[in-house]
Design a protein around this ligand. Structure first.
Ligand code: AHG
Ligand code: MN
Ligand code: MN
Length: 339
């Protein structure tokens, strides 16, 4: 049996040495983030014990207020990241406005946006959930408090992005734009160990992931694309599998490993889809592109969208390159027909 001793901090350090210009700040930031991930992971694993251990009602046995897990994750991330000296501002799906670094702490040159807990409707059913993060370099002057302008940058400007998935095991997947790396948390050591080196998404998809319950509201191009996928058998191709967890992070993680397309479209009810550009779509698009896949809003690259608002929603078609190209052709039919 071979034992893998490539821990997350060692890996980050090793990769940084390949870039002599690096200051080590981004590495330190990712390290702080992995600590927050471990704490959130522990809490997520305890979620099912809440009733049994008497954590019901508004107070737990310590007399503390019981927090919803997504609020807990939100607060834990802020606590872990606000004093490292690496960030100048943060933004979270759970807070309307940008989050400032308290004035008693040093401000750094990076900006972090996050979805503290993605797929939170799945928590009580013991289904995989995750944390998604996106990191930019600030655009305002060093040493000053970060602003909304630092947050509203297009995804192409990300310097790192990743997610932590709390599934059958806890994993952290990250990229700095070159290569995508996956680490599994060893619960015995409490360390993230490299388990997926340089992940590449298969070019061809075998899986499609979309909430088909919304079929009635879809535009005709999308309906035709899904019918095309379902007719693979008629073309002597292997049929696709339909897989939809309802946690974007888990759906995309699976498709990243096995090859697939994940879609949260615009439809007649929601012209901008449901998912958030800054906390969900940008970081996932950065990862999938670094793994050789594609991510579009129906027409153009997700990463090229100039954000206007912090909580902006955007339709997303993301995954294996061939599948994203094909769905784009079907969507173009709607454009041409003006529907
Ligand atoms: P969040 O829990 O952060 O609000 O995100 C939930 C999102 C996403 O994870 C998932 O893909 C999508 O909601 C599922 O939406 P539907 O239930 O409409 O399919
Ligand atoms: Mn989410
Ligand atoms: Mn969320």
């Amino acid at each position: 049996m071979s034992i893998n001793f490539m821990t997350l901090p060692r890996h980050i350090l090793m990769r940084e040495k390949q870039h002599p210009e690096a200051t080590g700040e981004l590495s330190a930031l990712l390290h702080d983030l992995s600590l927050a991930a471990k704490v959130i992971s522990l809490e997520v694993n305890k979620a099912g014990l809440v009733d049994i251990l008497g954590f019901t009602g508004t107070n737990n046995v310590h007399g503390e207020q019981v927090k919803k897990l997504d609020i807990y994750a939100h607060e834990m991330l802020i606590k872990a990241m606000d004093h490292g000296g690496h960030l100048c501002v943060m933004a979270s799906e759970e807070e309307e406005k940008i989050i400032h670094i308290p004035s008693r702490h040093k401000v750094g040159k990076y900006v972090m946006l996050f979805d503290p807990l993605d797929g939170s409707s799945n928590i009580d059913a013991n289904v995989s959930i995750g944390t998604i993060f996106s990191i930019f370099r600030r655009v305002t002057p060093d040493g000053t408090p970060g602003t909304l302008e630092d947050c509203l940058q297009p995804g192409t400007e990300q310097v790192a992005a990743g997610y932590i998935i709390y599934g059958s095991s806890t994993m952290m997947v990250y990229t700095t734009g070159e290569g995508v790396f996956g680490f599994t948390l060893d619960p015995a050591f409490g360390e993230f160990l490299l388990s997926y080196n340089n992940i590449q998404i298969p070019k061809k998809a075998n899986i499609y992931s979309i909430n088909e319950g919304n079929y009635k509201y879809w535009r005709s191009g999308l309906k035709k694309y899904i019918k095309f996928i379902q007719a693979a058998y008629d073309r002597d191709e292997k049929p696709y599998s339909a897989r939809y967890i309802g946690s974007m992070v888990a759906d995309i993680h699976r498709n990243l490993l096995y090859g697939g397309i994940f879609i949260y479209p615009s439809d007649k009810r929601n012209p901008n889809g449901k998912l958030r550009l800054m906390y969900e779509c940008n970081p996932m698009a950065f990862i999938i592109e670094a793994a050789g896949g594609k991510a579009i809003d129906g027409k153009k690259r997700i990463l090229e969208i100039q954000p206007e608002k912090l909580h902006q929603r955007v339709p997303i078609y993301i995954g294996s390159a061939d599948a994203v190209d094909t769905v784009a052709e079907y969507l173009e039919q709607d454009e041409k027909a003006g529907v």
